[in-house]
Design a protein around this ligand. Structure first.
Ligand SMILES: [Zn+2]
Length: 113
């Protein structure tokens, strides 16, 4: 068996949005969201330095994210709240007015337009 064949057994882990809907980069938390009213899709970068505040939850320190998104198509407001550990592991999150989607779904949706 050649090396390449062995490697093909390792597939990229599928994103489980119910556990962690966020995509982390070194500078930002990236999220992909769909508006529950009109179906518009959003990509939002929330910068760790300027937009995410230190916070406390259940006696633990970490980072708190609050983001509001309003699309071009309708007046529905999407609210995202999340709490991360000091190392930016996702500890809790909720979303109102929309739902999280994967990066793949976002680009598939964008490609249709
Ligand atoms: Zn909308």
């Amino acid at each position: 068996m050649k090396g390449g064949e062995v490697m093909s057994f390792f597939r990229r882990k599928k994103k489980d949005l119910s556990k962690d809907p966020f995509y982390m980069t070194s500078k930002a938390v990236v999220m992909y969201v769909r508006c529950s009213k009109c179906g518009e899709v959003f990509r939002s970068h929330v910068y760790k330095g300027s937009e995410i505040a230190l916070g406390y939850k259940d006696g633990k320190s970490g980072y708190e994210l609050r983001k509001e998104l309003i699309g071009a198509n309708c007046p529905n407001k999407i609210e995202v709240n999340a709490f991360f550990s000091n190392s930016f592991k996702t500890l809790s999150f909720d979303i109102k007015g929309g739902e999280f989607i994967t990066e793949e779904e976002y680009y598939r949706e964008k490609g249709k337009r």
